[in-house]
Write a protein that binds this ligand. Sequence first.
Ligand SMILES: [Zn+2]
Length: 99
Amino acid sequence: MTNSLIKGVKAFYRVNPTYDVCPSCKASGSLQRSHSRNLREKFVSKLSFHKYYRCKQCGWRGAIRIIRFTQASITIILFYLLLIFGIGFITQQILKRLL
Ligand SMILES: [Zn+2]
């Protein structure tokens, strides 16, 4: 049952913002990847789900999230958290009885 519940459903979706609209001028397909300019931007790019983009039309530049969450994401995350805590609890109970 649980297998069929989550089968084929991804917890996260990676999107390509190059096909999205610009947050500033709303032009479609005008975004392109931009290099990180300083240490702070490199830090954001490496350790978060954000990448830096620049608009070819208006010159806007900023970080855009490349991972999207859906309603199913929450269900899957809760399922795995429940699974982890359930296994942790069972393991703890087994170890208590053995030691
Ligand atoms: Zn723009």
